[in-house]
Design a protein around this ligand. Structure first.
Ligand code: HH2
Length: 274
């Protein structure tokens, strides 16, 4: 496996897990909905996360929480691009969380270092939108759509099925012309998965890592943490840190988190002992 992630004009070492700070420019995200809908508030939050030690940022303009309503291209563009432009101007490595090929293209023109697609670049034209660029790709697994995904998720063997899907989408990206060093895979915790499925994926994380692609883990504040601790979304930091460290211990290369400073401290202790 390449120990360097190639994303846009950045070359990020994967010798230690990277911290990706989440900025949701949305009214309805499960974790922080509405707090950063205003562009200036989103930019300020992103700068705070960078100061806390985020290696890259992930900006999203469409919530993917279970039951979330889809957002038009115009609205998503209006939310994301001004924030992206400001952060690129700061010199930050910025990922854009979108499923829309048009926005992928525009984001790359604006300087996005990575495109994070919870739809695994399955939309017609999505792989083509990124292939000719230097942007990194985060290819995520989900079952169903945000509208339906938590109704009845079902797998025979969740780890094997998720690994097979991610392997085939990574191969499709390579076939479309993406060099391997730009690809990251992600099992998509909470996206069409029960608590048991999420736990099985975390237990079996090393099987995902074994495929050779850097693996991203997005566990921060998710409902599985709530289910295990009985905590509301704003009180899930301790549970999220435990999950992040378990993912890191099993080989995760990028941790997608809302609480950058705390994750950084937890990783500092973990990596000193490792
Ligand atoms: N989780 C969320 C959104 N995007 N992208 C990847 N690659 N992996 C994830 O686990 C992931 C993701 C959901 O979290 P959040 O952004 O806080 O909420 P919302 O989708 O409601 O905006």
């Amino acid at each position: 496996m390449s120990s360097v992630l190639h994303c846009g004009r950045f070359r990020l070492s994967l010798d230690r897990p990277l911290i990706m700070g989440v900025v949701n420019v949305t009214p309805d995200s499960f974790s922080d909905g509405g707090r950063f809908l205003d562009g200036a508030a989103a930019i300020a939050q992103a700068r705070r996360l960078l100061a806390e030690g985020a290696d890259l940022l992930d900006i999203g303009g469409e919530s993917t929480r279970p039951g979330a309503a889809p957002v038009s291209l115009d609205e998503e563009r209006r939310r994301v691009l001004p924030v992206l432009e400001a952060l690129v101007g700061d010199g930050a490595a910025v990922s854009v969380d979108t499923q829309k090929p048009e926005l992928m293209r525009e984001a790359i023109v604006c300087g996005a270092a990575m495109i994070n697609d919870v739809n695994g670049f399955e939309a017609p034209g999505a792989l083509e939108a990124v292939a000719g660029s230097e942007a990194g790709l985060c290819i995520m697994h989900k079952q169903g759509t945000p509208q339906t995904m938590q109704s009845q998720p079902a797998y025979e063997d969740v780890v094997a099925e998720v690994a097979a899907y991610l392997g085939s989408r990574a191969a499709a990206a390579v076939a479309a012309g993406v060099v391997g060093g730009r690809i990251v895979i992600d099992p998509g915790f909470g996206f069409g998965k029960t608590l048991e499925h999420n736990l099985a994926l975390l237990r079996g994380f090393e099987d995902l890592v074994a495929a050779g692609w850097p693996v991203l883990a997005g566990l921060s504040r998710k409902s599985m943490i709530g289910a295990l601790t009985g905590r509301e979304v704003g009180e899930r930091l301790a549970g999220s840190l435990a999950a992040a460290l378990m993912a890191a211990g099993r080989g995760a290369k990028i941790l997608r988190v809302h609480d950058v400073a705390a994750t950084r401290d937890a990783l500092a202790v973990w990596s000193a002992v490792r």
